[in-house]
Ligand binder design. Structure first.
Ligand code: ARG
Length: 295
């Protein structure tokens, strides 16, 4: 079932089967990363403005951050002509099903400029023996973990729509994966993917930018996350504070300079690890979209 309001809920979080956290990290190399077109408002004014050497340094430092935390980081080579492929959270949604089978749902990118990225991820996961079926043809767009996020530790999916992913994707996902989906309408074009305004931290805590959601969405978030931390507007909009990532429910990797957000995270018992992703912010992405976690 797909749910978009609290009044329609007919299950509790405790009834959703437990899901072990994913442990593997995938990153795509940035040698072909650039801002070559504008498909989100952050990219405006940045065509041709990426410093590739600096991008490579920032990417390498992020990779080292995951390695230092004890995660195995697999690397997929970026391809010429696919400048956004480095944002490897978007081309698939990894899952572990109730029978312990691993798979990825292949995305169908909204922008034609990004459509050819998906086949490279399909090959990567196919070679690992994963189920790599796409969604049915009538689903116009689905952008993987840009818009679909697993609730930490539970077989429950959050799904954003409004700018990229077609809401029909969530009907198809709930049918295919057998999990409930909580659908959130996104209202502000600067927050075009769910991962730009929702960062799930642990089973009861999330960081959000509230201005990106409608009232029903905010009620759903408050229902499932008793502890909601709210990033201030300037940090969320200019430094994508909510595009942070907690790989372990304790440490939170986040773009440097999000001082207020970092203070809130620390007060809530998390350890912020600040990194620089300024070159990637020019394309509208930061930490969360530069990696994919899978089982
Ligand atoms: N330029 C890319 C796009 O607009 C950035 C994607 C960033 N990824 C993300 N998950 N927010 O599609």
């Amino acid at each position: 079932m797909v749910y978009s309001r609290v009044s329609a809920l007919d299950f509790t979080l405790g009834e959703c089967p437990k899901l072990p956290p994913p442990k593997r990290v995938l990153m795509t190399t940035p040698e072909h990363f650039e801002v070559a077109y504008v498909i989100n408002p952050h990219m405006e004014g940045h065509i041709g403005a990426v410093d590739r050497d600096e991008a490579r340094r920032q990417w390498t430092a992020l990779r080292k951050t995951y390695l230092a935390l004890g995660f195995d980081v697999q690397v997929l080579e970026g391809r010429p002509g696919l400048p956004d492929m480095v944002f490897c959270a978007n081309q698939t949604l990894p899952y572990l099903d109730a029978d312990g089978r691993r798979g990825v749902v292949l995305s169908r990118m909204h922008a034609p400029q990004r459509r050819d990225e998906v086949a490279h991820f399909a090959t990567f996961f196919h070679d690992l023996g994963y189920d790599t079926r796409p969604l049915p043809e009538h689903v116009r767009a689905f952008e993987g973990m840009g818009d679909a996020l697993w609730h930490p530790g539970r077989a429950l999916l959050w799904g954003g729509y409004g700018f990229r992913t077609d809401p029909q994707a969530y009907e198809a996902l709930t049918a295919r994966l057998g999990v409930p989906v909580l659908a959130l309408r996104l209202e502000d074009p600067d927050f075009y993917h769910l991962d730009t305004c929702l960062c799930v931290l642990d089973e009861t805590t999330a960081l959000i930018y509230p201005g990106a959601f409608d009232a029903d969405g905010l009620r759903l978030l408050a229902h499932f996350f008793p502890r909601l931390l709210e990033a201030p507007e300037d940090e969320a909009r200019r430094r994508l504070a909510c595009n942070a990532h907690s790989p372990d429910g304790r440490r939170v990797i986040i773009q440097r300079g999000n001082a207020h957000t970092c203070r809130m995270l620390a007060e809530a018992g998390f350890t912020p690890l600040e990194v620089e992703t300024s070159e990637f912010l020019k394309a509208g992405g930061s930490v969360f979209c530069m990696k994919l976690m899978f089982w």
